[in-house]
Write a protein that binds this ligand. Sequence first.
Ligand code: SF4
Length: 245
Amino acid sequence: MNAEQRAGFFARLQALDPHPRTELEHRTPFELLVAVILSAQATDRSVNLATRELFRVADTPAAIVALGVEGLSRHVRSIGLYQSKARHIVQACEMLLAEHGGEVPRTREALERLPGVGRKTANVVLNVAFGEPTIAVDTHVFRVANRTGLAPGRTPIEVERALLERVPPQFLQHSHHWLILHGRYVCKATRPECWRCPVADLCEHQPKTSAPANARAAAAAPAPASARSAAAAAAPARGTRGKRG
Ligand code: SF4
């Protein structure tokens, strides 16, 4: 994919979703940090279900330390690997209190020293909480970058470096969100949905997938009679809007 194609790729994803956001619910950098640690090998939905309740009772490092590993585990036990995640989060909270005044640090070095925080988690926190143009390479970003030819690499760090070099600067800030969402909802792992992909002509993946029979049938079918009659019934109502009595 050449530079012009890369710019077109992100311009189209941006046009569809100008302000992409993480799907992990949070109100503060600290809540984001906890949610991202919990999200490793878990769905955002499962994390949100747990943190909605957790953050109601404990939304600061001191409150999480007061809960302890056992108390925290009770709130997050629906999430995979919850015991080790709970242990890491409590240890990270102790370090935040001891070394950072209870605040989430703004540097990669300090973030990566926290238990449970690796490069990907640090990149998400730096990007989402502090507005840094970092790129967190998760499974979706890794797949889309390789499959499309956007930024091929054998490891997440290779893909991250390639993306940092190749994503046009004006798209860097939101690029990992666009790639995550594109991978999660269109360029899916087992069967990418190329027939409805907004960047299909720019993507190097071959062969492209075609629409499944039920999707083609739905697109070709006339609107059901009930929908047509509902539309017809609605037409005079629209024309009389505003009349009273
Ligand atoms: S055309 Fe297919 S493989 Fe390429 S980005 Fe779109 S969904 Fe993914």
